[in-house]
Ligand binder design. Sequence first.
Ligand code: 48F
Length: 259
Amino acid sequence: MDEVTISKAITESFVREFAAAMDVDVAIVGAGPSGMIAGYYLARAGAKTVIFEKQLRLGGGMPGGGMMFNRIVLQEEGKAILDEFGVRTEKYDAEHYTADALEAVSTICSRTIQAGAKIFNLISVEDVMIREDNRIAGLVLNWSAVSWSKLHVDPLAVRSKRVIDATGHECEVCRIVERKLGPILRTSTGRVLGEKSMWAEKGEADIVDNTSEVCPGLLVAGMAANAVYGSPRMGAIFGGMLLSGKKAAALAQSALSGE
Ligand code: 48F
């Protein structure tokens, strides 16, 4: 095999897969735990699903555990999801389990891709595509290298029946919507309320409730949901992230099946 064959194999197969991802049922922004879990359940249910991740590596805040101690903590309900994925957990006390953050990330990542969700790394979502009544109808993408170096290069777009903002603490897609489309989010002010300081128990209790359609066509999952609705952060406890991803998948799935 010569170098040109290798180069053509890479570029031709990538372009084929990228073109196939330009018209999907669900486009998820962010391959952290909530985004990947959402992608897994959607793909498994037969939805055409793509995830765009701006970084080189996947997993968002999960591989770093707490302050670089690469372990995560979960409660019973979150552990049940890791059990389903085949990630090993260890009982810590009556209510808590621990898991190896790297085993969790790598297993969730490979099971999500094998379930049929396509993940593209090194691509940043820089805008949304809209239609009548500011319905979110897709995403506007550029290479992260282009965004970070501030090169003046026009983006490409993908059409999606539903978008999930799973961008973590920054809730980047909701911030874009707020900045460009005004106060149309389904919060008390129509705007991003902003994440509150750490309160693990309340943050975990709120996150599944906050996982919802935040404006037409756009759902919010994971830490982004707490940031949009003004709930607290919770540190390296991950059960809520996993449950939020699963709920976002169920909401998107039922919206799609009603169309
Ligand atoms: O931050 P992240 O892991 O979000 P999450 O799924 O989980 C939060 C936990 O990791 C942790 C926590 C636990 O209690 O609080 O922080 O809610 O993953 C978000 C991913 O989105 C990517 C980002 O690089 C990260 O991998 N991301 C953010 N903005 C964009 C993006 C963007 N504009 N385009 C593409 N990817």
